[in-house]
Design a protein around this ligand. Structure first.
Ligand SMILES: C[C@@H](O)C(=O)SC[C@H](NC(=O)CC[C@H](N)C(=O)O)C(=O)NCC(=O)O
Ligand code: NI
Length: 146
């Protein structure tokens, strides 16, 4: 058995691609539009995983966009998507500059949380050794919701 992907339903595909790709840095691997089912599937992977992802050999996120609006509430049992990142401070700064709320700032140089436009929690973990505490992150308050 091998882990393949996590599917999340999104209410606005353009806003979700702006968040997951333009801001978070994921890369679109494939896109399928299903006219009969009235939905679009977009598979995303981490940068550098494209070739493996095209062979279904790298973890992906599957965005499902239903063309007819639905109410995606609840699902509190779903926790988060987690990524190891090369520089958690630089990524959080890029996300903050792009208007993304850093719900749990990387005060420990190790872990941060943000949310997608649909409220999907995204965990960011510093790859390798945690970074030294640094401002503004060390004194930035949590939102308390991540
Ligand atoms: C491509 C493969 O990875 C899939 O996950 S397709 C699964 C299929 N998806 C849909 O039909 C998308 C539209 C549907 N209205 C939906 O919102 O899921 C499916 O069986 N989905 C059901 C599910 O619970 O995932
Ligand atoms: Ni799937």
């Amino acid at each position: 058995m091998r882990y393949l992907h996590t599917m999340v339903r999104v209410s606005d595909l353009d806003a979700s691609l702006d968040f997951y790709c333009a801001k978070l840095g994921l890369v679109e691997v494939s896109r399928t539009e299903n006219q009969g089912g009235r939905f679009t599937l977009v598979f995303l992977c981490a940068p550098g995983d494209e070739a493996a992802a095209r062979q279904n050999k790298a973890p992906m996120v599957e965005l499902t966009y239903n063309w007819d609006p639905e109410d995606y509430q609840g699902g509190r049992n779903f926790g988060h998507l987690a990524y190891a990142v090369d520089d958690i401070y630089a990524l959080c700064q890029r996300l903050a500059d792009a208007g993304v709320t850093i719900n749990r700032p990387p005060r420990d140089g190790h872990m941060a949380f943000v949310r997608s436009p649909d409220g999907i929690s995204i965990e960011l973990l510093q790859a390798g050794e945690r970074k030294a505490p640094a401002e503004p992150w060390a004194s930035m308050p949590n939102t308390g919701v991540w």
